[in-house]
Design a protein around this ligand. Structure first.
Ligand code: MG
Length: 232
């Protein structure tokens, strides 16, 4: 039996953490390196946590070996688990997400996974906070590769090892809110559905060559139909 695999981005697509991630990164950077506002003006949308950290370290002139990066990761996860409980701007699920995931979970030939720049543990912290973790069967994360383009094949391979195989690359759909989400879908020969609920509007996302551009994921029936269109 073949499946359709839907790979969701997290930030700006499923939810916004109300800048909990930003606050946790910033606190960690200050604690470990003594540098305030380490992540201000560093581009984050669509980037992997690994590349965001590298950019912040370079700007601050901090040389961090692998052990220091590992310490950063551990402390960041601890602080995110704390920060996620506090209010913040636009914190919450994107419209329609809960109903859509609930509906998709009842489709026998569909499996939902994640392709996110978040490190794996922070991804789980965010999704568990919003009670979405149970919907996702596999994923590829910011610790798996420094650039997003490499993540889709990793997620698809993990799915295959779990017995979730696709007939062709076009049966993989990447759902995300940035041009880099579209780009990583294209790189893998997957279909891309771009949603304008994050940092980019519909016009900007249309320019990326996404197969489908949506204002949001609110119309469950219409979105499911689009997601299940045959691969090309
Ligand atoms: Mg995003």
């Amino acid at each position: 039996m073949f499946f359709k695999i839907l790979l969701f981005d997290i930030d700006g697509t499923l939810l916004l953490s109300g800048q909990a991630g930003y606050r946790a990164l910033t606190r960690t950077f200050k604690e470990l390196f003594g540098v305030a506002r380490g992540f201000d003006d560093i581009p984050v949308a669509g980037m992997t946590d690994e590349s965001i950290l590298t950019a912040a370290l370079e700007r601050a002139g901090v040389a961090a070996d692998l052990e220091t990066r590992a310490r950063f990761h551990t402390r960041y996860c601890e602080l995110l688990a704390d920060e996620i409980h506090f209010p913040g701007p636009r914190k919450g699920l994107m419209r329609g997400v809960a109903a859509l995931l609930e509906t998709l979970s009842r489709c026998n030939d569909i499996r939902c996974g994640l392709v996110t720049g978040n490190f794996a543990r922070p991804a789980q912290i965010k999704l568990e906070h919003f009670e979405l973790w149970r919907f996702f069967h596999f994923g590829a994360y910011g610790d798996d590769a420094p650039v997003r383009d490499e993540l889709v094949p990793i997620a698809v391979e993990r799915a295959r090892r779990d017995g979730v195989a696709v007939e062709s690359a076009g049966d993989v759909v990447v759902i995300g809110d940035t041009p880099l989400d579209v780009q990583c879908a294209v790189a893998a020969g997957a279909r891309s559905v771009a949603v304008a609920t994050g940092s980019y509007n519909e016009a900007a996302l249309r320019d990326t060559g996404a197969h489908v551009v949506l204002a949001d994921l609110r119309d469950t029936d219409a979105v499911v139909e689009l997601l299940l269109e045959p691969g090309r």
